[in-house]
Write a protein that binds this ligand. Sequence first.
Ligand code: C5P
Length: 221
Amino acid sequence: GLERDLAGRHVVISAGGTREPLDPVRFLGNHSSGKQGYALAATAAARGARVTLLSANATLPDPAGVDVVHVSTALQLREAALKAVLDADAVVMAAAVADFRPAEYATGKIKKVDGVDQPPITLVRNPDILAELSADRARPGQLVVGFAAETDDVLANGRAKLARKGCDLLVVNEVGGGKAFGQDTNAAVLLGADGAEVAVPDGPKEALADRIWDEVVARLG
Ligand code: C5P
């Protein structure tokens, strides 16, 4: 990634993890640090791209030369993504998006009730942003990349997810046992809808990011 092979391109990246509020003091969230998405943003900028980073609750400094849009919930991320991808050449959804959100937001703090052991929390499905962006490409030839964290049968589950989501590339991480979340290194297999299978050994998140951009560049018209 020493060349500016993304010059003239606009890339959109989501990073971090969504938070789905229950009440003014609580949320449903996840452990995504945002490091992989921020590494994708920094490496794309270094390769000459115009970069829009949709950051969900990451506490990392804004990368230099990148447009950062801060969001919190999955619905906010969806709104920001639909807008940002309109003129994008490539979209990489690295954020951990909550599959469910509380059906209702309590405007006052939810209280314990004596004798009631089951909290009155109902969840509803969030939209699948990656599947939506893949199905309705904002531009012909726009490249869509997803991430998948799998604990078992990584390749088989990855292939099934790639087909289900309808994206062009899927970055499959093996998680569990302290892997990936919050770490500075990552190992992955990049699966292409064209049949490609690229194993990226454990290394800095920037190195994986550059390998992902290599695969994106090779597929951009
Ligand atoms: O289905 P799963 O959550 O494993 O898929 C992960 C991929 O899908 C990631 O790229 C994530 O950003 C994206 N995703 C999404 N909207 C959701 C759930 C996941 O865009 N509601």
